[in-house]
Design a protein around this ligand. Structure first.
Ligand code: ADP
Ligand code: ADP
Length: 223
């Protein structure tokens, strides 16, 4: 369970990107829906401990993530909206390298981790190809493979379907749905269908505030 209490973020120029956000996010897939500029990326970066909020508190299980961000990072998988890659490096080598950084020490264990992730994300056949040649869908699936290294308990995916064609989008969302019910997965998106199709729980963020929270079918009936 991820719990945010009274989280506010005011940027240096005075923009109030998050305004008193209180939210409980259970295990399973959770949709954070909102228009561009709503504050979704700010919220995702804050939960991923990349920026500290101006005020408020955030807990993940027994971890106070503002006081002990390192404890959260060990359990976190994060797929940012625009993630950088080394374009000439192969998918296999990049995942292997990231597994080293994540502390997967033994070569045998790394081989197993990387092979499992390449199969899970359907990238086995292109494992030796440079990431520069990947389509948008392949790139996003590679991003998920990266985020899954080390069996994270909290997975944050920020606007993952932007720019994907319908087939790639379905493939990507089905992959997310397969990750499991025993982890917290937060899917941030401005596309209603991404959330309605897959997420048992959701919240709507607009102008930095939570406008609605609940099950998609209830919210869609209510609106
Ligand atoms: P979303 O991800 O929903 O599009 P963001 O979190 O990116 O929303 O942005 C929320 C608001 O904060 C917007 O008004 C945006 O312009 C502003 N914002 C985002 N990043 C910064 C920044 N580094 N400095 C100032 N304002 C920012
Ligand atoms: P998706 O629609 O899921 O992004 P693509 O249609 O781009 O996937 O690719 C489907 C298959 O075609 C891949 O699994 C791969 O086998 C092959 N392929 C496509 N592009 C490349 C590439 N740049 N390098 C190697 N194989 C590729």
């Amino acid at each position: 369970m991820l719990e945010l209490e009274h989280v506010t973020h005011v940027y240096a120029n005075g923009t109030r990107a998050l305004d008193d956000v209180t939210l409980s996010i259970p295990k399973g897939m959770f949709g954070l829906l909102g228009p561009n500029g709503a504050g979704k990326s700010t919220l995702m970066r804050t939960v991923a401990t990349l920026q500290a909020p101006t005020s408020g508190s955030i807990r993940f299980g027994d971890i106070d993530i503002l006081a002990t961000p390192d404890r959260l990072r060990e359990r976190l998988g994060y797929l940012p909206q625009d993630f950088g890659v080394y374009p000439r490096v192969s998918a296999y080598d990049m995942l292997d390298h990231m597994a080293v950084l994540k502390g997967v020490a033994s070569a045998q264990e790394r081989k197993q981790t990387v092979e499992t992730l390449l199969n899970q994300t359907n990238l086995w056949n292109v494992r030796k190809k440079a990431i520069a040649g990947f389509s948008g869908g392949m790139r996003q699936r590679f991003g998920i493979a990266q985020a899954l290294i080390g069996n994270p308990e909290l997975i944050i995916v920020d606007e993952p379907t932007a720019g994907l064609d319908p087939e790639e989008r379905n493939r990507f969302l089905n992959l997310l749905a397969e990750i499991g019910e025993n982890v917290v997965i937060i899917l941030s998106t401005h596309i209603v269908e991404d959330v309605a199709d897959l997420c048992p729980r959701m919240a709507v963020l607009a102008a930095g505030r939570i406008q609605l929270e609940g099950a998609p079918q209830d919210l869609i009936q209510a609106s």
